[in-house]
Design a protein around this ligand. Structure first.
Ligand code: SF4
Length: 226
């Protein structure tokens, strides 16, 4: 099985403060309507583990981090041995995940295979089916708890299309994170206007107002561009 759809050989944007490569895993278990990577989510892997590790061998001393993104990397059945091999080469490892495989995250954390995580918080259960074709909010909270207990640095992030998630829901989500003891920043990512999406969705007719959200949520909320 070839897990990777593609490799971005160099980025300064995706791993906090480190030069890194991005491994894009093919396939995803959520199928969010606003997903702007339909070719990765629906596509087949083209690059195998051996080729990915051979690539990294040529980057020792040049890159410091590897980001596992997608698609959804936690679906890959050999993720743990793959991560072990990457760590043995001396790279720091970041996982971008939709949070729907808490047991995989726990296994990675228990073995200290991951250094940082970007954890998607899609929406509340009340609105889940309007956005995602799979999963549920409870799985996000299981993943969140595992990471809180592990001590691993992680950031919770939500992609915002204002036609699909409203400010009242974002306030509710921010308050839930506060109540759960989250100490990081809550990152809101704008919907990527102009990209092809997994399902046809209407254009946004307004943007989210972070100042207004912060009137209701004490947790620091930041805007992050995609
Ligand atoms: S937005 Fe992320 S979680 Fe949703 S379908 Fe796309 S890759 Fe999967």
């Amino acid at each position: 099985m070839k897990p990777l759809y593609d490799i971005t050989p160099f980025t300064l944007l995706d791993y906090p403060d480190l030069p890194a490569a991005i491994f894009w895993f093919a396939g995803c278990n959520l199928r969010c309507s606003y997903c702007y990577n339909p070719e990765i989510v629906l596509g087949r892997g083209k690059i195998g583990e051996d080729d990915a590790l051979a690539f990294l061998a040529t980057r020792i001393g040049l890159l410091e981090g590897v980001v596992l993104s997608g698609g959804e990397c936690t679906l890959y059945p050999r993720l743990l041995p793959f991560c072990r091999a990457i760590k043995e080469m001396g790279f720091k490892l970041k996982i971008d995940t939709n949070a729907m495989r808490p047991d995989v995250l726990k296994a990675l954390a228990d073995e200290h295979l991951i250094d940082t995580v970007a954890l998607d918080y899609k929406t509340t259960q009340e609105h889940w089916d309007e956005l995602c074709a799979g999963g549920e909010e409870a799985l996000f909270w299981d993943s969140f708890e595992h990471l809180q207990q592990s001590g691993i640095a992680f950031e919770v992030r939500t992609t915002v299309h204002t036609g699909l998630i409203d400010e009242a829901t974002l306030i509710q989500m921010g308050r839930k994170l506060e109540s759960a003891g989250y100490k990081g920043v809550y990152a809101l990512q704008s919907f990527a206007t102009g990209c092809e999406t997994l399902k046809p969705i209407a254009a946004e007719n307004h943007s989210v107002c972070i100042e207004r959200l912060q009137l209701h949520v004490k947790l620091p909320i930041i805007h992050r561009s995609l």
